[in-house]
Every structure is written in C-alpha cells, then in structure tokens.
Design a protein around this ligand. Structure first.
Ligand SMILES: *[C@@H]1O[C@H](CO)[C@@H](O)[C@H](O)[C@H]1NC(C)=O
Ligand SMILES: *[C@@H]1O[C@H](CO)[C@@H](O)[C@H](O)[C@H]1NC(C)=O
Ligand SMILES: *[C@@H]1O[C@H](CO)[C@@H](O)[C@H](O)[C@H]1NC(C)=O
Length: 181
C-alpha cells in the first residue's frame, strides 16, 4: 500500500468514528431571516353552546359553582363565516379549548386552531393561545403560530362581539393580522 492510500484509509476510519451529530439535533448555525409577508383576515366566529346542535360543549366542571364558571373546560368546533349570518359562506373552523379562567371576572383562556377550508389558505391554519376577556366588547388575542402557508406565523386578532347572550352563545367579528413567510 502506498502512503496516500494509507492516509486515505486513516481518514475514512476517523471520519466514521466521529459522530456527525449528537443523534437528535443539528449543528446550530446563524439563522438567515427570510422576507416576511402580511395577510389580513376578516371573518365571523359562531360559538353556540345551546340548542340541538351546539358547536361548543362543557366537558368538565369543578365541584364548586362560581359566577364566572371558573374551572370549566369547553371543547369547541366553531364555524367561521364571511358574514355575521351563520348561513353565510363557511370559510373554516376554530377547534380547541375554551377555559373559563377568571375567578372574579368572566374571562376565557382560548387555545384554538383556526383552519381555513376555502381559497388561497385552504388547509392552512393559525394558532391562538391567549386570554380572551369576553366581557370587553373589543379585545385582542395573540396569534402564536400556524401551519401550511401560515407556518411560523405571528400576529394578533382583534375581536368585536357582534352578538352575545348570557347562555353562552356568541357571534364574534375577527380582524386578524398575520405575519408569515
Ligand atoms: C369537592 O371536592 C373536594 C375534594 O374531593 C371535597 O373535599 C369537597 O367536599 C367537594 N365539594 C363539594 C361541594 O362537593
Ligand atoms: C381544500 O383542500 C382540500 C384538501 O386538499 C380539498 O379536498 C378541497 O377540495 C379544497 N377546497 C377548496 C374550496 O379549495
Ligand atoms: C388591531 O388593533 C390594534 C390596536 O388597536 C390596531 O393597531 C390594529 O390596526 C388593529 N388591526 C386590525 C387588523 O384591525
């Protein structure tokens, strides 16, 4: 064997012995930011807790009663429509949990995935994880991420109550600003 072949073999053996990575993570490198875009969304959410066909149901409640329903857990699959009329075109749905979490004032913590089923953003979704102080007519929720065309999104949703009753039915207007790639 000549010298260079031996050196080549040593190189091959050494490279094989050195692990390329620690099994579950890559080398950390500088993040190269990409140009972001902004999309505004406008729709109405219909949250119905009453009637024959509720879109939100209480699945657990504590063994105390409170004015603010503190500690209840509500699962929702609320339709999103283009107009305030529930019979207007459905463009998606918000699925997840609504947790009444105010002890003194009625307020929810919302953990919802808003997936769109029409047009450009069909199959894409935005994730909301935010306090939702529903007694305020206007309020803002945090958009913390997304899927599909909204992958790695951030944003805010401005909410205005269009209709609401004490039994827990509501129609809420959403103006959302989504920053995404
Ligand atoms: C609620 O549950 C706790 C813990 O099990 C119990 O001590 C308490 O008596 C219950 N309260 C009511 C109103 O049932
Ligand atoms: C939305 O995407 C689904 C799944 O790809 C497809 O079945 C459906 O036809 C699409 N709807 C519209 C309105 O584009
Ligand atoms: C949401 O509300 C904020 C604060 O009032 C405002 O700056 C922003 O323009 C609103 N965004 C939309 C999409 O309405």
């Amino acid at each position: 064997m000549n010298r260079s072949l031996i050196l080549a073999w040593i190189l091959v053996l050494c490279t094989a012995a050195i692990p390329c990575c620690q099994g579950y993570y890559s080398k950390t490198v500088a993040y190269k930011p990409r140009r972001q875009k902004v999309t505004h969304l406008h729709f109405f959410l219909h949250d119905t807790m009453n009637g024959n066909n509720p879109s939100a149901i209480v699945v657990a409640r504590p063994n105390i009663t409170s004015r603010t329903n503190f500690g209840n857990i509500v699962v929702a699959d609320d339709p999103l429509t283009v107009g305030p009329d529930v019979k207007s075109e459905v463009i998606g749905n918000a699925q997840g949990l609504l947790v009444p979490s105010g002890q003194n004032v009625l307020s929810l913590t919302a953990l919802l995935d808003f997936e769109f089923t029409k047009g450009e953003f069909n199959g894409s979704s935005i994730s909301v994880f935010s306090r939702n102080p529903i007694t305020q007519r206007e309020r803002q929720l945090a958009v913390v991420g997304g899927r599909g065309k909204f992958a790695m999104a951030t944003g805010v949703a401005n909410l205005t109550t269009y209709f609401g009753n004490l039994k827990g039915d509501a129609i809420v207007e959403y103006h959302v600003t989504v920053i995404h790639y």
